[in-house]
Every structure is written in C-alpha cells, then in structure tokens.
Design a protein around this ligand. Structure first.
Ligand code: BJW
Length: 231
C-alpha cells in the first residue's frame, strides 16, 4: 500500500523503465542510437527523404515488441495511481503500451504510441497494428503516402504539453524514472517541478544529466528501486 505523503504526484518515465521488459533503451552502450543514426530514422526530414526506410525501422520495432510484458516497476506505478489518495499523473516518453497494460490510466504518451498511426495530411491518429507501407491511403482524408507511426520525432512538438506543464506547476512530488535527461522538453520537467516547490526524486540505473536538480536519487534497476520507493 502506497504511503507517500504528497497530494499531487507527477511521474516521468523513460526507456529504462521498459528495459527489464526486454525493450532497448536509446543511449546505453547497446542502445538504439548505437545501431541507427537519429538523422536517418527519427526526424521529419528522414521521413521525407526515405519514407519506407523509416517505416521499416518502426515496423521492426513494433514487431520486435510483440510479446513484451509490463514489469514489476510498471505494476508498482499502476498500484500507486490506484491506491494513492491524491492525484497521480504519469507522463511517459515511451511509445510502448506497457503502462496501460499494467493498469495505469491517468497517462500521457508525450512522444506518441507505436501502436497508432498518424496521417501527416489530416492529423488523424488511429490505432493500427499492421506494418506500414508508403502506398497506404488514409481512411479519413483519402490521401496516400502520409501515414507514419504516431511518434514524436526531433523537431516536432510533444503531445499534451499544456496538461503536463499544468500538472508540473501544481505538483508536490516529481519522480523521474529510467530516463537519461538528454531530450527536451522532458529533461526540463524537473526544473519546472522544482520551481513549483515540489520534492524531486530520481530513480534510475545511474545519475542522469539532470542529477543536480534532484533532492533525492536512488540508483538501481527499475524493477527493484521503483516498487521499493512507491510502496
Ligand atoms: C535504467 C535501466 C533499468 C537502463 N532500470 N534505469 C539544444 C538544446 C536543447 C534542446 C534542443 C537543442 N537542440 C534541439 C533541441 C530539441 C530536441 C532535443 O532535446 N534535442 C537534444 C538531443 C538536445 N527535442 C525535440 O526536438 C523535441 N521537441 C521539441 O523540443 O519541440 C519544441 C518544444 C519547445 C518547448 C516546449 C515544447 C516543445 C522532440 C523530442 C522527440 C524525441 N523522440 C524520441 C524518439 C521517439 C520515437 C521512438 O521511440 O523512436 O524519443 S528520441 C528518444 O529519446 C525517444 C525517447 O523518448 C527520448 C528519451 O530517451 P530516454 O527515455 O531518456 O532513454 P535513454 O536511452 O536516453 O536513457 C535511458 C536511461 O535509463 C539511462 O539513464 C539508463 O541508465 C537508464 N536505465 N536500464 C532503470 N533497468
């Protein structure tokens, strides 16, 4: 049973949370960015230059993630939301569906969801589980060639920023889990929460880029440190 003495909690999660479920992180030694270049797969310019190459990269990621299950850290965060007396908002940078699979409901996927497709022409976002190809036609607007994974690339605006900043401005506890603190705006959330007077806590395998902004840091594997901290 969770016993954290705070009213409004914001939890930020990153790739390290899903690492023990078998999903790769980005910036660790064998991470995704050690195998492919950001400029080739994770920018709007890459998609414009080589749409099928980018779609193949994400088709591979989605298929590789087929059998993945939430781990003990996802489960602990779902219990925190269910049992905590105050508000808990979970903001994830992850595009996998493991928070919701574990039962978290008050959730923002700020970098999108790999199991959805976004039409670059009309902006419609819809669930889509199959491989994407450049010849697909949008069922909403009828345009061909604009369908892409619903993920936020470098240079694009992450989702629900107004909701996130409102929660950061009102929170009294901010917990950052499994993120290296390299990518903005998420890397700046700890400063926002601190500015609002919140206690700031990092739960990560190692000190992140933003370590000096945290009041407390517990370093270890997410499946160990997250249940121990929130329960
Ligand atoms: C464990 C563990 C275990 C391992 N247990 N822990 C110059 C200065 C400042 C900003 C910029 C700048 N130039 C450009 C920018 C902006 C840019 C940016 O931040 N660039 C930086 C590289 C400098 N950002 C953007 O473009 C963003 N948009 C934007 O800024 O819009 C304008 C705006 C302005 C103001 C307000 C709002 C908006 C968009 C960023 C999009 C990021 N997209 C990606 C790809 C998504 C799709 C996909 O998955 O392919 O998102 S990149 C990638 O990085 C992915 C992640 O969500 C994101 C963060 O990575 P994360 O989660 O931190 O993973 P890692 O691998 O870095 O870290 C894992 C951590 O876990 C490590 O610390 C490990 O130790 C730990 N770990 N195992 C616990 N078992």
């Amino acid at each position: 049973m969770t016993n954290l003495p705070y009213e409004r909690i914001v939890v930020l999660t990153g790739a390290g949370l899903s690492a023990e479920s078998g999903l790769s992180t980005f910036r660790d030694k064998d991470g995704i960015w050690s195998k492919v270049r950001i400029e080739d797969v994770a920018t709007p310019e890459a998609f414009a230059r080589d749409p099928q190459g980018v779609l193949d990269f994400y088709n591979g990621r989605r298929n590789g993630a087929g059998e993945v299950e939430p781990n003990a850290a996802h489960a602990a965060l779902a219990r925190l939301e269910a049992e905590h007396k105050g508000d808990v908002l979970t903001v994830t940078q992850n595009i996998d569906p493991l928070h919701e699979a574990a039962g978290t409901r008050n959730l923002v996927h700020m970098h999108g969801e790999i199991r959805k497709v976004l039409c670059n022409h009309c902006g419609t976002r819809t669930p889509y589980e199959d491989d994407l190809t450049v010849d697909l036609v949008c069922t909403q607007c009828g345009n061909q060639g604009g369908l892409r994974p619903d993920v936020v690339w470098f240079g694009e605006m992450p989702y629900q920023m107004d909701r996130i900043y409102a929660a950061l401005g009102a929170c009294d506890l901010f917990i950052s889990i499994g993120t290296s603190g390299n990518v903005y705006p998420a890397a700046g959330f700890v400063a926002e929460a601190r500015g609002a007077g919140a206690r700031t806590v990092e739960l990560n395998l190692e000190p992140s880029e933003g370590i000096t902004m945290f009041d407390e840091a517990i370093h270890g594997k997410a499946t160990q440190v997250v249940p121990a901290y929130v329960e």
